[in-house]
Write a protein of this length. Structure first.
Length: 44
């Protein structure tokens, strides 16, 4: 779960241009998605 949280936060900040404070609420929702392919692609 921690990996998903950090990966999602970094993706939103680095790739999508969100501010660090903006992503907190978004990440809390996205990290509950149960599709490993999504997170694998974000990791790449």
């Amino acid at each position: 779960m921690i990996r998903k949280h950090r990966l999602t936060a970094m993706f939103l900040v680095v790739k999508m241009g969100f501010g660090c404070e903006e992503v907190r609420h978004i990440v809390e929702k996205i990290e509950h998605i149960h599709t490993p392919v999504t997170f694998a692609k974000m990791d790449n």
